[in-house]
Ligand binder design. Structure first.
Ligand SMILES: [Zn+2]
Length: 135
């Protein structure tokens, strides 16, 4: 069934016409790209358009973000263990309270980018941990 926009002039740019079609749209989450075929009414002149809400597509996007978050949490666990830190010691380095790390690792809280970046740096340069402890 055609959408209510199909064939109408595009009032977003004023130059094109909207046409129903499926377009591949790529979104990014924490540096990971997710592409999905999105149904909507898109301008034939520019990049404007209206996207139809699609519950399955929305669920796929949320599942994708969950997978990225879970991989990040798994990475934090791996790095913390490699550095031989307890969750409490890791939280002392990262800030956010003594339970912060256990919450990150269980997926109950999302660490800010600085925490991820710090542990990825320590993963590559574990000797820097001594500098932090000395401080
Ligand atoms: Zn347009």
């Amino acid at each position: 069934m055609a959408s209510k926009w199909n064939g109408k002039p595009c009032h977003l740019c004023g130059a094109g016409r909207l046409r129903d079609r499926v377009k591949t749209i790529t979104q990014e989450y924490k540096g990971h790209r997710f592409s999905s075929k999105t149904r909507g009414s898109f301008c034939d002149h520019g990049a404007d358009g209206f996207v139809e809400f699609d519950a399955a597509e929305e669920a796929a996007w949320l599942a994708f973000r969950d997978r990225v978050d879970a991989a990040e949490a798994a990475d934090l666990i791996r790095i913390r263990k490699k550095l031989k830190l307890t969750q409490i010691q890791a939280a002392q380095l990262a800030g956010g309270g003594k339970n912060a790390f256990s919450r990150y690792e269980r997926g109950q809280a999302k660490p800010v980018a600085a925490v991820i970046n710090l542990f990825r740096l320590l993963d590559r340069h574990p000797e820097l941990l001594d500098d932090l402890k000395a401080g």
